[in-house]
Design a protein around this ligand. Structure first.
Ligand code: SAH
Length: 345
């Protein structure tokens, strides 16, 4: 595979342009074109520069090859990377704006038992430019520009563990929030992790005030280890300490994701355990009913049961919400679009 031009920050692009012996203003032209989601071949620069660039760089880093649109405005995409690998993403419309869910890895090696992304293990990390290109492509698809963005918020909740691809993820966060580019504020970005503790500390020290989201899904380490192998390495107490540090450094309240799995984590004792664990902390709990992945054999609970669980958390004094399940009519849990495509093609 050739290199990815969207990996470069504006100043890195300026250096490249100087190195190629081109005039300085070409950097701005190129950067604007890339931000508009264009292929190199579509950007209005001299044919000789285009040719030089195409020798070393992929013309199209990320291509949307399939779109599923739901009646509620949610869209799911299958992206093809330049080497043929596939990742998926989701676009969700809310009152306050539009959130795009991006992938950071092809596959994942964390092995969570409920998740489809991890079924084939980790294939490879995405580069920062491949992560960015997902945003640029979807923003362009919806007629957005960098002045009037169609994508206003980003969640790193597609396939992959963002902190397992740390340097490319951080570079993406810097480039996507940079002035002059698509410039989406770090405050509008949420990074979700299964809890790689040392990397949470590292992220806290980056000076990037992104929202930190932790996939908790259980109240004890033993219980957590049943579905999340990473729990054997990092305990809940260590995670909470790292969150406290994150809060101290960034001033950002943190969020716990809790996917409701029947017979596993949503009885009264679990609600009480969560209250005990999290009460008084500057955090919020996001409940979501498990998206059933057929290869996984785990089941979700009814909406009514989920609201009962939510009620117990609220009664205990936690700030919590049950996330609306979006795009139900287009179906498919996280990672299933890719899995389905791979088995049918
Ligand atoms: N690796 C990161 C981000 C990717 S997954 C992480 O672990 O946080 C984004 C969220 O979806 C995580 O909270 C993850 O635990 C959850 N998730 C994965 N598969 C799911 C499923 N089938 N149903 C409900 N939530 C799921």
């Amino acid at each position: 595979m050739k290199k990815i031009l969207q990996d470069l920050s504006f100043s890195e692009l300026e250096n490249l342009i100087a190195l190629l012996g081109e005039k300085k203003f070409r950097a701005k032209q190129l950067y604007t074109g890339l931000t508009q989601g264009k292929k190199i071949s579509e950007i209005n620069v001299s044919p000789s520069l285009r040719e030089k660039l195409l020798e070393d760089y992929e013309n199209n880093s990320v291509e949307i090859i399939k779109t599923l649109a739901s009646s509620d405005g949610t869209e799911k995409y299958l992206f093809r990377l330049a080497d043929g690998n596939l990742v998926e993403g989701v676009f969700m419309s809310y009152k306050y704006g539009n959130t795009q869910c991006v992938s950071t890895q092809v596959g994942c090696r964390m092995g969570c038992k409920f998740c489809a992304s991890t079924l084939g293990g980790l294939v490879r990390n995405l580069t920062s430019g491949e992560i960015l290109s997902q945003v640029l492509a979807v923003n362009a698809l919806h007629g957005g520009t960098s002045e009037k963005r169609a994508v206003t918020n980003i969640v790193l909740m597609g396939s992959g563990e963002p902190l397992d691809n740390y340097s490319e993820t951080v570079k993406f966060l810097k480039n996507v929030s940079a002035e002059g580019g698509i410039n989406i504020s770090a405050r509008n970005i949420s990074l979700s992790t299964c809890g790689l503790v040392p990397k949470i500390y590292k992220l806290a020290d980056e000076g990037l005030p992104v929202n930190l989201t932790i996939s908790l899904h259980q109240i004890t380490d033993e219980g957590r280890a049943r579905t999340m192998p990473v729990a054997k390495k990092y305990g809940i107490a260590e995670i909470l300490k790292a969150c406290e540090y994150y809060f101290k450094k960034t001033g950002r309240r943190y969020i716990f994701e809790y996917s409701l799995i029947a017979g596993e984590n949503c009885d009264k004792e679990h609600a009480e355990g969560l209250v005990k664990l999290l009460k008084g902390l500057p955090c919020h709990v996001n409940l979501i009913r498990l998206n059933e992945v057929k290869e996984r054999g785990l089941q979700t609970i009814t909406e009514k049961q989920a609201y009962l669980f939510l009620g117990m958390l609220e009664k205990g004094g936690l700030s919590a919400t049950l996330r609306r399940s979006m795009g139900n009519d287009i179906g498919g849990a996280c990672g299933q679009l890719r899995a389905g495509y791979l088995s049918n093609n």
